[in-house]
Design a binder for this molecule. Structure first.
Ligand code: DO4
Ligand code: MG
Length: 290
């Protein structure tokens, strides 16, 4: 089942569920529907006509409204350096070492993962809404990641697509600037919907693709697969919840396996599309703050 939110022109937000081509308008919240589905209850709702293809178009052409962030996550967390490629790219900068390893090489093979606070709902955007390049960053990159929607007891309610947009120049200047490189207005995109685990199957075999379009041309394209993730999702979630209460509806971004080099950076007007197999495509324009 896909669960999502649509914002009408008047600004009201409705929650919907789709299964086998049938769309229902849900009375409660997306989180409530995910929890109902997880406990084997019917999410209910009235069947309606809604063209998902139109909702996904960017710019959106649906007269029903447009997709927005599927749910308002109280907290968004990130896992770092969970792929060989992110270890390599993050280590290419002039970064501090522990012994003869960069800090990123060390964390990649350490038992304890890198986990960082990423965002709150107010800092996140949904499908079709702009992600942001900070005014003080000249090298910001998108990070295409599998997002895990969590219940308060650490169980997994669903999967989504997350963009852990990162001001890479800030972190490469000094790793202690990580919170500023990661957490700011419009730093995270989530969507287009949450897909329940029964529709995903093996979460460790999903193809991931990132495309950045500039003036109608592909400016960057990269792909990976979740099978290259070094740590299981269960391991990441267990560390996140260790002595740390995480509220229901929070999202864990599981790290990126696609990263551009220094000569590529997001610019105003770019359009970023992230596709994850069995989930869909999350498309967001880019704005640069001045
Ligand atoms: O400190 C590095 C963050 C790495 C990250 O966000 C990722 O690997 O996805
Ligand atoms: Mg990341």
């Amino acid at each position: 089942m896909k669960i999502f939110s649509v914002k009408s022109e008047g600004g009201t937000i409705g929650c919907y569920a789709e299964r086998e081509g049938i769309v229902r308008r849900i009375n409660g919240s997306v989180l409530g529907a995910l929890q109902a589905h997880a406990s084997g209850r019917d999410v209910g709702g009235r069947a309606i006509k809604l063209d998902l293809g139109k909702l996904l178009e960017y710019p959106c052409t649906s007269r029903r409204g447009r997709l927005t962030i599927p749910l308002a996550p109280p907290e968004v967390w990130g896992s770092g350096i969970t792929y060989e490629l992110s270890k390599k790219r993050y280590s290419e900068d002039d970064v501090p070492k522990l012994g003869n390893e960069t800090i990123y090489e060390r964390v990649y093979s350490s038992p304890r993962p890198e986990l960082f606070f990423k965002a709150t709902a107010g800092r996140c955007v949904g499908h079709g809404e702009p992600i942001v390049v900070r005014s003080d960053s000249a090298w910001t990159l998108p990070e295409a990641e599998l997002g895990v929607v969590l219940d308060g007891d650490s169980s997994i309610l669903g999967y989504t697509i997350a963009d852990d947009v990162s001001a890479r120049d800030l972190e490469s200047e000094n790793p202690l600037y990580l919170p500023q490189s990661k957490i700011y207005r419009g730093c995270c995109a989530i969507g287009p919907w949450v897909v329940t685990p029964d529709e995903i199957g093996d979460v460790r075999s999903l193809n991931v693709e990132l495309i950045v379009e500039r003036s109608g041309q592909v400016a960057f394209r990269g792909s990976s697969t979740t099978s290259k993730m070094r740590r299981s999702i269960a391991e990441q979630v267990a560390f996140l919840f260790r002595d740390n209460p995480v509220p229901a509806g929070s999202i864990l971004c599981t790290g990126t396996g696609i990263l551009a080099r220094r000569d590529f950076f997001l610019q105003e007007g770019d359009v970023v599309s992230i596709t994850i197999e069995r989930i869909g495509t999350l498309t967001t324009p880019v704005v640069k703050l001045h």
